[in-house]
Design a binder for this molecule. Sequence first.
Ligand code: PLP
Length: 391
Amino acid sequence: MTLDLARLRAETPGCAHVLHLNAAGSALPSQRTLDATVNHLQLEAEIGGYEAAAKAHDDLEGFYPAVAKLIGAKADEIAFVENATRAWDLAFYSLDFKPGDRILTCVSEYSSNYISYLQVARKTGAEIVVVPDDNYGQIDLGALERAIDKRTKLVSISHVPTQGGLVQPAEAVGKITNDAGILYLLDACQSVGQLPVDVTKVGCDFLSVTGRKYMRAPRGTGFLYAKRATTSQIEPLLLDNHAAKWTDDNAYTVRDDARRFENWERYFAGVIGLKVAADQINELGMEPIWARLRELADGLRERLATLKGVKLTDLGKVKGAIVTFAVEGKDHNELKARLREQAINVTVSTQFSSRLDLKGRGLLNVMRASVHVYNTEDELDRFVAALEKII
Ligand SMILES: *Cc1c(COP(=O)(O)O)cnc(C)c1O
């Protein structure tokens, strides 16, 4: 199956206004997702929020199977969370770390996750071990295997980092953690919606995702996958009257599905928006989306390679839809601002989001142009021409 590119573009209202190369920041939603979200907000205003939720019951419940289908999970393994960081936090902070426990992570790890490792290490005496990269710039699987010992409690990595095209070998990592019987937390914030992710193949225990990036859903949405077989005994760090039931004056019981990681109040219009976004991806199919995104990103890398003073900075054996580069002697933020004046959206990834990786490579920051299905080859030509002119 191939994608109907003209139709995808026609059904994305933002395409009429911007040349958007910032899917890794926040992608352009489809008209259908936008309508579903706005219509629910409208309904809340017209008949009341509780009444609107009752009326939209089927769509709200439909969120769980839609998202589960996308990642090969079961509906009761999905929790709605307002973003990827909180989804990740809910998993991570619910684990019980003891002095000497080890957390294994990768060089390209996302800053928010790493800050949490530092906090937990400081509070509990757990230790952080950064597994080195191999020659491709992805996690060294041999080194990972050797790093695992009796004290290793968790392997936690980002599937696709925010600062580049790298795709970590998540399934190979899962094979190692499963063989060793160690918990595996995967930050799939940039990968779900970009490339096929099947949790039964990855073998992770937890996986966190945001709505606004490759899923093209509204901001303020995300989800947590919690594998039933291994996580049902883990009591969430935070409980409320949705996650648990007050069963006796001095007792409560916790829900037994992944919704025990949720809380009661949420962005209902966003739940519906994220459901519709997941439905659309399921209808298009992840394989054709991934093939098209690689085609676009490879085409962009080829074009950028022809510009003088431009150095591509993407790592990895497999390179995805996030294209990064450095421009010699230029201020990347200034370039970004100049492009923005022409309604061309790119961004700058800094050490603020991935300190170990960029600092280790001697990069202060990199320019990031991230493609999605609504982008065209013509747009890539226009972007590269505009950039060349500014340089
Ligand atoms: C964007 C990003 C996050 C944070 O997602 P939020 O939805 O902003 O919380 C986490 N990890 C990676 C790799 C990201 O790129």
